[in-house]
Write a protein that binds this ligand. Structure first.
Ligand SMILES: [Fe+2]
Length: 258
């Protein structure tokens, strides 16, 4: 059996962002995913006495890269970011594109280009650790708003993520779960699995705990944005359209105005 090598620490930032600090103790490597601000990361590193070896960005939005400059200055880290954002993210050392296999925190990681929220957005998948850093593409019970890409692109990006193994644990960029749950329940009120997930989510939030990570396998049956091609789901909720990306568009627009 494969033993997980990495410790993944969740750091709160701004009002609802998450920054992930990945630690490989054996190889003495520390990496951060999407440091929107530097202060909480520096604080955390100080409490453990770790250096910061790598900074990883999923996309160019300020709430994901705002801490880059200061962290790079202090720790002389390597910056890994999507090649598609090379004009919008400064000081990239390693630019990555779709299907690249790279090392993050000393662990084999596959880059998955997921245009939609932004055109250059990428996710990072660590097969041996069963984990996915999904940025603002896939959220617990939701997905990112489509700002730069088309609805078709976002749908096909979500399908790429959906094809990963069920046991994958997803670490996304925001704690939007409670509001996503309200929409999911509105659109899919009779889903027993969703009902059970919401009870668990409410318990965690009441205790001030993050709802992250979440399991991709469960998500495939409770996240409406992963079900735009699920005939039962579509029939139940009169979302009939000519194809699944149109259904996805309908859902996304409904959520935007919810
Ligand atoms: Fe974003």
């Amino acid at each position: 059996m494969w033993v997980k090598m990495l410790e993944i620490n969740i750091i709160d930032a701004f009002s609802d962002n998450y920054i992930y600090l990945i630690r490989n103790e054996e190889k003495n490597i520390t990496s951060v995913v999407d440091p929107g601000e530097s202060t909480p990361v520096i604080k955390f590193l100080n409490t453990r006495g770790w250096n910061l070896d790598e900074i990883i960005n999923t996309h160019h939005h300020h709430d994901h890269i705002g801490g880059n400059t200061e962290l790079l200055e202090i720790y002389k880290s390597k910056l890994i970011a999507p090649i598609y954002d090379k004009t919008r993210i400064s000081n990239i050392d390693i630019s990555v594109s779709d299907n690249d296999i790279i090392n993050i925190a000393g662990t084999k990681t596959r880059v998955i280009h997921t245009p939609g929220h932004t055109l250059g957005h990428v996710c990072f998948y660590m097969e041996n650790e069963n984990c996915l850093f999904s940025g603002d593409t896939l959220f617990f019970l939701g997905c990112g708003r489509v700002f730069e890409g088309t609805m078709e692109q976002m749908w096909s990006s979500l399908m790429k993520l959906r094809s990963l193994p069920n046991e994958t644990l997803v670490y996304c960029g925001h704690e939007y779960t409670s509001s996503n749950a309200k929409f999911a329940k509105h659109i899919d009120p009779d889903n027993q699995f969703l009902e059970e997930a919401i009870i668990e989510i409410n318990n965690k939030r009441r205790g001030g705990l993050p709802t992250i990570p979440f399991e991709l396998g469960k998500e495939k049956i409770i996240n409406p944005f992963l079900r735009a091609d699920d005939q039962n789901f579509i029939d139940n909720f009169s979302l009939k359209t000519s194809n699944s990306s149109e259904t996805f568009r309908t859902l996304r627009l409904k959520k935007d105005n919810f």
